[in-house]
Design a protein around this ligand. Structure first.
Ligand code: GN1
Ligand code: MG
Length: 562
């Protein structure tokens, strides 16, 4: 490393001391903490993103400053890799080491060693650009400045501020830029709107739906998603979107609103109530990468909701895709069918409702489980021709492999010359439109919302019809504070605890007492807690099982506070 680069790093890092007594780690979704603690971390992530961009053939990476569904005073930072996906997991230990380096000298030494080991070309040997985005948190602006200083301390790397964007928009932009495509926010809106229009135009015309049926009321979590949806909706026909909690009024980000609140508490978000009985409603989270639907039932008082979670979104997508693939595989006349059988798979985590997994298996779909965190789900889904992944909390997308898309384009071309307007050609067009509508980089609440709406219109389904695909097993999630959450080590996609010894046997004994009982624990990657999940045949049983397991966690890991 040249002297100019060394002294630049030493001088800029001396302005960013790491917080005392706090150990930060690149968790399920980047670094997250109280915003006041994050200046030095974000500065160092700036350096990391710059090195990552220099290390790769595609030279654009991204930094997103957000703490998603967490409280407004928290913030966080994560890197978008050149593919548009999450930071490659093999760089996470370096991210941890950088964030926790105690002095500028330590930091410089770490960087020097890593640059050598990874053979990263420095000193402007290669062009590199970092796209920066942030959510609506007030702390975002100064943290973004810290990120810029980190980027500027690596010679020859440029930072471009994309302003306030959703997390999926930033990932989409990074991916698009590296593919040499147009990557402005307006291009993103245009791609979503035109592929949505294409799916709507391909709906067989059997009677139009009423304006009420074409209406969806969206809770924007008082965050960036509502703001963006207000713009996007002006470009859409055949869909009426009413945005509430768009952040323009008094409401606080994620407070009593948003996808995480709605999915975990199963009550109506602020701003919704009896006036919405029977309407189709949806909630985004604070950075708009999660989506859940709900409706306010007329019978049980209007604070309860009927939740349509990520598992049901996945099921709806799976049904639609399967139907299109089936149509596409039908023969047309002699010798014009295709023998190619694309592999469709779905990916879930242990938090997926057991009833959803049964339903998907009955559809004869290949169902794979991974640990929590979209980086794991995404990686697995990418192994299929079409891989659909969703966390129960509403984060997910559909991935189309490059080779499948090439095949599909060619098949569509062939079909449009031999049988234009056939159901096979239409199915190919629909699949191509889905691949453009649904974000290929990460789960995206806005593109997910438009795909749900297009499929419901295609099927002619109400939210109730959709919700009735299967009945969720009652479930309960709890959090337990413990002295050291890293004492819990899990295996088999987090369904089994291997440490501390004895706790898994105790959980098994409890679970066996409940019909259709299932329970597991794991350390959270975003909060300092152990999460407990339980499922059983009744809500009372699920609550009771969750409580018993939480008591076991307290007994084995001791907090004294439970
Ligand atoms: C049970 C649950 O909802 N866990 C969430 C939560 O992770 P934890 O590691 O459980 O804190 O935040 C992650 C990032 O948003 C998300 O991927 C994950 O699904
Ligand atoms: Mg989020």
């Amino acid at each position: 490393m040249k002297e100019e680069q060394r002294s630049l790093l030493l001088s800029s890092s001396s302005c960013f001391s790491p917080p005392q007594g706090v150990r930060l780690s690149y968790g399920t979704s980047g670094f997250r903490a109280d915003a006041a603690l994050l200046q030095s971390t974000v500065y160092r992530v700036g350096i990391l993103a710059a090195l990552r961009a220099l290390n790769m053939e595609s030279s654009v990476t991204g930094i997103m400053i957000t703490a998603s569904h967490n409280k407004v005073t928290d913030n966080g930072v994560k890197i978008a890799d050149p593919s548009g996906g999450m930071l490659s997991q093999d760089w996470e230990p370096f991210a941890d080491a950088l964030a926790n380096a105690p002095t500028p000298q330590h930091l410089l030494q770490l960087i020097t060693e890593f640059v050598k080991k990874e053979r990263i070309p420095l000193e402007g040997a290669r062009p590199a650009t970092i796209l920066l985005g942030r959510d609506t948190r007030p702390s975002g602006e100064s943290l973004l400045e810290a990120a810029k200083q980190g980027i500027n301390s690596i010679l020859g790397v440029a930072a471009i501020d994309m302003g306030i964007v959703t997390t999926p928009e930033l990932h989409w932009m990074v991916r698009a830029r590296n593919k040499g495509l147009k990557a402005h926010e307006l291009d993103y809106f245009e791609q979503l709107a035109s592929s949505f229009r294409c799916l709507i135009d391909l709906i067989p015309s059997e009677g139009r739906m009423s304006e009420r049926d074409l209406t969806v009321v969206v809770d924007g979590a008082n965050g960036v998603g509502g703001e963006k949806l207000e713009v996007l909706k002006t470009t859409l026909d055949n869909l009426f979107i009413e945005v509430r909690n768009s952040g323009k009024d008094e409401g606080v980000l994620n407070e009593g609103v948003g996808a995480d609140f709605v999915q975990k508490e199963k009550v109506v978000p602020h701003g919704f109530g009896s006036q919405d009985i029977g309407l189709r409603c949806a909630s985004l989270d604070g950075d708009a990468d999660r989506l859940v639907y709900f409706c306010v039932p007329s019978s049980q008082g209007c604070s309860n909701i009927e939740l349509v979670d990520g598992d049901k979104i996945l099921s709806l997508f799976a049904i639609f895709i399967k139907e299109q693939l089936h149509t596409l595989s039908k023969e047309i006349g002699e010798n014009t069918g295709s023998n190619y059988q694309p592999r469709l798979g779905v990916v879930q985590t242990a938090y997926a409702n057991g009833a959803s997994t049964d339903f998907l298996k009955k559809l004869e779909l290949e169902v794979i489980f991974t640990p929590t965190g979209v980086k794991y789900l995404h990686e697995k889904a990418a192994e299929f021709d079409i891989g659909i992944y969703f966390e129960a909390n509403g984060h997910g997308t559909i991935l189309f492999s490059e080779s499948f898309l090439r095949w599909l384009e060619a098949r569509h071309k062939e079909l449009s010359s031999v049988s234009k307007g056939s159901e096979q050609e239409t199915a190919a067009l629909r699949l191509l439109a889905v691949s453009k509508l649904i974000n290929q980089a990460v789960g995206d609440a806005l593109s997910g919302l438009l795909l749900v709406e297009a499929i419901l219109q295609h099927m002619g389904w109400s939210i109730h019809r959709w919700s009735e695909l299967y009945l969720d097993l009652p479930s309960r999630q709890l959090k337990v504070n413990v002295v050291d959450r890293t004492a819990v080590v899990t295996a088999n996609a987090e369904t089994i605890v291997v440490r501390p010894p004895g706790i898994q046997e105790a959980i098994n004994t409890e679970t066996a007492k409940y019909p259709q009982g299932r329970s597991f624990i794991r350390p959270s990657g975003t909060e300092d807690v152990i999460r407990v999940y339980a499922e059983a045949s009744t809500q009372e049983a699920a609550d009771s099982l969750a409580n018993s397991v939480a008591i076991l966690v307290d007994k084995f890991l001791g907090s004294g506070s439970f």
